[in-house]
Design a protein around this ligand. Structure first.
Ligand SMILES: *Cc1c(COP(=O)(O)O)cnc(C)c1O
Length: 481
């Protein structure tokens, strides 16, 4: 593959000349305090317009995305983002709104947010919703702050502990300690579920909450959820539902009905809004009635057909984000829900489960299943067998890139050695699943016949092996002269 060249600047090459202004220029040097002036501005590259366009278009074509290939990144629900979502979010009346416009002029936007809240309440079986947080982890922070405020209001000062299972996503314990809770981890049992005895051993009146993902990050539904919720509630603790895996249960089970008090929904997972890429994200946090008054303010409410922002919430934890959430993302999630409707969303979950189980039966011929059970929307295999032949999960993941598919999630959850966590989502066809299984079969064969080919992968990507730690910590982003 052609080596990418970044240092393309040539002296005096220009794309455009900015005309001389016909008004007097302000002298920023003298009007800004010198401490705000940078002395170390790097020189800008000098290029023609065509060179700039080619550079960025070529870079964009080196990106991997859901629009270019299969993306079975477990726990992330990398489903297709329907283009109609973007189309609607781009409507003039949405794009050109200003957050400081008076309520009377933004009735449509408020109405959309209100309906979105209502749909979410129905999907998760809860009583009140905020749309402010900007991502799942931000939703966790919001939810735990609400739980904290709830116990503070009750003057229950003992509640310092948040329980997380050993299969939890790293953001769960991180968020709990950010909210100054003590994190207590409990072991999973041999079936990959919360171990009831380990749970009982840590339950007491110091427990504020347990954070659970259901189905958990092994793609397994916590069968004892009713028992778990009654044990936690018996000691006065609350249940937090990490909704990252909601794609498996829409229309089938509601977190509220299984005893959860709070939940967050990553809109970029289940509800098909774009994942990151530096852009804005979105998350909804839903709570049961007893926690509603602590949600961030303002809340979007409706009275007699008029929509308004309710700031009159004396117990609220306050704002968690500027304005009212990332509105454009909310429009996309709403469009997705409207397009599918209730029955359609249920079918989404059924198809996600079907696709995962179909792929699992193909893949298990080559890779050992971590837990041999019917899975929900994702499953975890172990590459331990392959590691004995000298190739680890990370090297397998890199080899997959050569076949133009994204790698599964690796080394997570932590309870599985050499874990590869595979989530196909409902949006993929049988042909894509068959072809992915064939690629895994091929890589497995290579491990047996030519392991060095896999160890030295990737061979076909724009950049080959990188120093993963340094590439993330010492970014080279600046043009150098
Ligand atoms: C993705 C994920 C999170 C964090 O969500 P973000 O939106 O990435 O901040 C939390 N828990 C689980 C299980 C996840 O998969």
């Amino acid at each position: 593959m052609e080596k990418l060249l970044y240092e393309k600047s040539r002296p005096n090459r220009i794309a455009h000349k900015i005309p001389q202004p016909d008004v007097k220029m302000a002298n920023l040097q003298s009007s800004l305090p010198s401490k705000f002036l940078r002395k170390d501005l790097c020189k800008l590259p000098e290029l023609s317009e065509l060179e700039v366009v080619r550079h960025f278009v070529n870079l964009s074509q080196n990106n991997f995305s859901i629009d270019t290939g299969f993306y079975p990144l477990g726990s992330c629900t990398m489903k297709y983002n329907p283009k109609i979502n973007d189309e609607l979010a781009r409507l003039d009346g949405f794009v050109n709104l200003h957050p400081y416009q008076p309520e009377s002029q933004v009735q449509g936007a408020l109405e959309l947010m209100w309906h979105l809240q209502e749909y979410i309440k129905e999907i998760v079986g809860m009583d009140a919703v905020t749309l402010q947080p900007a991502a799942g982890a931000h939703g966790e922070l919001t939810g735990l702050l609400v739980i904290k405020a709830f116990f503070e209001h009750k003057q229950d000062k003992k509640r310092k502990v948040v329980i997380v299972p050993d299969t939890a996503h790293g953001t769960n314990p991180a968020t709990a300690s950010l909210c100054s809770f003590d994190v207590v981890e409990i072991k999973s049992n041999e079936y990959g579920m919360v171990d009831i005895d380990s749970l009982k051993a840590v339950l007491n009146e110091n427990v504020a909450a347990i954070m659970l993902t259901n189905p958990n990050t092994l793609g397994l539904f916590e069968e004892e959820i009713n028992h778990i919720q009654s044990l936690v509630h018996q000691v006065g603790g609350l249940l937090y539902y990490d909704g990252a895996n909601l794609n498996a249960i829409m229309g089938l089970v509601r977190p509220g009905d299984t005893g959860f008090d709070v939940c967050h929904l990553n809109l970029h997972k289940t509800f098909s809004t774009p994942h990151g890429g530096g852009g804005p994200g979105g998350c909804a946090v839903a709570v049961r009635e007893h926690l509603a008054s602590f949600l961030p303010k303002p809340m979007v409410k409706m009275d007699n057909g008029r929509y308004y922002l309710d700031y009159d919430m004396p117990q609220s934890i306050g704002k968690v984000k500027g304005y009212y959430g990332n509105f454009g993302i909310l429009v996309r999630a709403y469009a997705y829900m409207l397009a599918y409707g209730g029955a359609g969303l249920t079918q989404v979950s059924r198809d996600a489960i079907l696709n995962a189980n179909y792929l699992k039966t193909l893949v298990r011929q080559y890779f050992d299943l971590a837990y041999d059970k019917t899975c929900m929307h994702e499953f975890v295999v172990s590459a331990s067998k392959q590691k004995e032949l000298g190739v680890n999960a990370s090297q397998i993941a890199k080899r997959l890139l050569d076949f133009k598919v994204h790698s599964p999630t690796m080394y997570f959850p932590l309870v599985v050695h050499e874990a590869l966590m595979i989530e196909p989502t409902e949006t993929e066809s049988k042909e894509t699943l068959d072809s992915f299984a064939q690629i895994l079969a091929k890589v497995n064969e290579e491990i047996n016949t030519n392991p060095e080919l896999v160890r030295s992968a990737p061979h076909n990507t724009p950049v080959a092996k990188i120093d993963e730690a340094m590439a993330a910590r010492k970014l080279n982003l600046c043009y150098k002269d």
